[in-house]
Design a protein around this ligand. Structure first.
Ligand code: GDP
Length: 347
């Protein structure tokens, strides 16, 4: 079975929720994704439901996993995201905001917070690097409450002191936060904090479970698969042997080789057809430059590289939306983000 096919399977016809990970440099965003161990996609990491089930079993959650998995967009590499001023592109349903417990809120944390506020996106704070608290006793991959109980009074005291300071820093930004297991108001006015270590894995089960439960509970309607294509361009890249390609996140619907697509260009929409639908090779050893798996079709949600004939200069794609009246370019925005839509839906 090709790797792209698995991400779409779901009995209830529910798509994987799309999550983005944000925060200051060096807080551990990359390490957190590595620690959860998913498969690499274009601009994203995919965590299949089986992995999530395995990693969260100690938490004994009764709730059934309805989503086929979780698609995490690694935003830092994508300039388009820091420039993202999208109106309802609906790309990220939820975000993980990573904060280093030893550093508290940093400039890019605040920048990320402002983006989240502006887009009205729910988020969960991963208070990372708890293993760096002096005297921390490693409880590999343990749920956080269990790990915390194993700690000395001194460690618990240091943790509480730092947590209180960080909650105060959030308050200064106009955001209420609380430890997730004490937070009864999740999503209303108070955002949840999950202490984590991307090195020894404490708190990771809690993070995964909360992400999945939260999206399942509140976003079922948005997660229902529909055949209407919704797709966002992350980057435009020239790749040796493939010509100009666009890295996209297919949010909903299905794309086929040969499909006609429309992408917003600098001046006008660009109509072209899909030459190749590509994903990275699943096996790391084979992930050499230019080695991609070709697909006849791919179903949402997934990160894909599309090869097509684009008569555009690098990075010259604009944000655009399509409504029933036709194409609308959101002008004056600098971004390599665009909305592509299946041509069949236009006519
Ligand atoms: P990013 O810039 O946010 O993607 O941060 P990275 O994932 O590259 O991590 C930055 C550094 O912090 C690396 O040296 C990581 O090994 C380290 N790091 C990340 N998470 C943890 C953690 O939970 N505990 C400790 N002790 N170090 C961490």
């Amino acid at each position: 079975e090709k790797p792209g096919a698995s991400s779409s399977k779901s009995e209830d016809n529910i798509r994987s929720p799309i999550c983005c990970i944000m925060g200051h440099v060096d807080t551990g965003k990359t390490k957190l994704l590595d620690c959860i161990r998913g498969t690499n996609q274009i601009g994203a990491t995919y965590f299949p439901a089986e992995n999530i089930r395995e990693r969260t079993k100690e938490l004994k959650a009764d709730a059934k996993l309805k989503v086929p998995g979780l698609l995490v967009i690694d935003t830092p590499g994508h300039e388009s995201f820091t420039n993202l001023r999208s109106q309802g592109s609906g790309l990220c349903y939820i975000a993980i905001l990573v904060v280093d417990i030893m550093h508290g809120l940093e400039p890019q944390t605040i920048e990320s917070l402002n983006l989240l506020k502006m887009r009205n996106t729910e988020f969960i704070v991963a208070l990372n690097k708890i293993d760096r608290l002096y005297g921390w006793k490693v409880c590999r991959n343990a749920p956080i409450v269990k790990a915390m109980k194993q700690q000395s009074k001194d460690v618990q005291f240091e943790f509480n002191t730092r947590l209180t300071q960080i909650v105060t820093q959030f308050k200064e930004q106009g955001i209420n936060t609380e430890l997730y297991y004490k937070n009864k108001e999740m999503g209303k006015d108070t955002f949840s904090i999950i202490p984590t270590s991307a090195i020894s894995g404490e708190g990771i089960p809690d993070l995964l479970l909360l992400l999945v439960q939260w999206t399942q509970k509140t976003m079922v309607e948005r997660l229902t698969y529909s055949s209407e294509v919704q797709c966002t361009v992350l980057e435009v890249k020239a790749i040796e042997g493939h010509g100009t390609t666009i890295d996209v996140v297919l949010i909903n619907g299905m794309l086929h080789e040969g499909d006609q697509i429309v992408v917003c260009g600098m001046q006008d929409p660009i109509v072209t057809s899909i030459r190749a639908l590509l994903t990275p090779h699943p096996m790391k050893e084979l992930r050499i430059k230019g080695s991609y798996v070709h697909h006849k079709e791919i179903k949402a949600a997934q990160g894909i590289k599309i090869n097509a004939q684009f008569i555009v200069a690098r990075n010259s794609v604009f944000v655009g939306t399509h409504n029933h009246k036709g194409w609308k370019c959101l002008e004056g925005l600098y971004a390599s983000v665009a909305v592509a839509i299946s041509f069949r839906q236009l006519v």
